[in-house]
Design a protein around this ligand. Sequence first.
Ligand code: GUN
Ligand code: FE
Length: 484
Amino acid sequence: MAPPKNERNQVFLGSFIHSKKLDELEYLHNTAVCVDKSGKIVAVEAEHDVEKNLDTLYSKLGWDASNVDVHSTKEGQFFFPGFIDTHIHAPQYPNAGIFGKSTLLDWLNTYTFPMEASLKDLTKARRVYGRCVRKTLSHGTTTAAYYATIDVPATNLLADLCLALGQRAFVGRVCMDNPDMAPADYVDESADASLALTRESIAHIRAIDPDYALVSPVLTPRFAPSCTRDSLRQLGALAAETGLPVQTHLSENVREIELVASLFPEADGYAAVYDGFGLLTPRTILAHAVHLSEAEAGLLARRGSKVSHCPCSNSAITSGEARVRWLLDRGVGVGLGTDVSGGYSPSVLEAARLALLVSRHLAMPHQQPGVSDADRERAKLSVEEVLYLATRGGAEVVGLERRVGAFEVGMEFDAQLIGLGLVEEASAGIKENEGQEDGGEDDGNVDVFGWETWEEKVAKWVFNGDDRNTKRVWVKGRLVHTRV
Ligand code: GUN
Ligand code: FE
């Protein structure tokens, strides 16, 4: 069941770009990143003649040169850390792009619950989940925090597929035991039954990946309105007992917030509902957090719970604009989520681009009455910042900040090889058909003329790039996607 181990040590050579801190990318050229058989980065050597000095490097590492695979970047290519999707619903993947003019509560009933219920059919689940994992890998997502459905066999199948296809994943059986908030054929029978099924799914994942080296369970109360107090209480106790991560939705939509206030009148706000049941832990991933109060942001910061910002979803189903700068200023960690299929795109690059645009909306003069011009201007996120959120920020959100998100010794090699189209002088006129005519690579919409700085190349990638630029993807040193 476990993915095959790498037989050989590996050296990745060339240009590497990763986040140093929130607003700073580091550009490493002529660099060698050495990855051992376990997938761990054991050396990062940046020196002028690194390629010529590989033998010295191998002897330093005690490596036998005949047992090393070397991967080099070509002109215009660079390695970038794999993306981390901190919030995605695998069973909703067939609905990506289908939402009409709906908003959260009617969207759930119209599109979402029927599709999720239908994945009880394991043949259908295999088809949907297999495609979802492959597709997200092809977009450079090396780690995903998945919601599955209430069905245990289908949830376990998703975990099996992530492991087999080599994607790092958190897989959560969805808990929803409030019959007033669900169709009759898609609801847990009781809080006790819900917890028993959740334990069953945890046991399966522990059996296939005992150390959670690649795939981990995550406790997944759908959102407060879907769960009874009893269920939330039991899940909070299970989080304390097991130390497992928790994921849920928070403060996404105004009508949802009103609904929570009517269902939990005893709580002082939406975030306080979760806190009252012990569900705000340092390993809690809260999707959306669009309409938080100052007190709620303070509560998240004190608890160390993190936010998955889902700008595609928040725009598509008209939920609002999460104030990322405002959250970061208050000490709340933030990563990016595609929220397929509230969000229409499985691409974290698209989420990064939209995070940048949504932050521009917050900066527009008619927005945020009462906020000073300077603070509105500060709301803008840069290319560097959204790429941080897509990698290191996401790693913090899912509790993997020591293991993935950058090219550092001791981290695991989760990476994507990015290629941008170089417009040759002689072929400028025929560039468009080049890929098809000579069988060369299709570099999609990104045209580089050669005079751009690396900062400009990265900006072009963020705004015009897509999966055509993601040439190869590795998780834990294992090649998991090659663009053909
Ligand atoms: N709130 C409760 N369930 C969901 C869901 O599936 N997607 C989103 N975006 N919000 C939710
Ligand atoms: Fe969601």
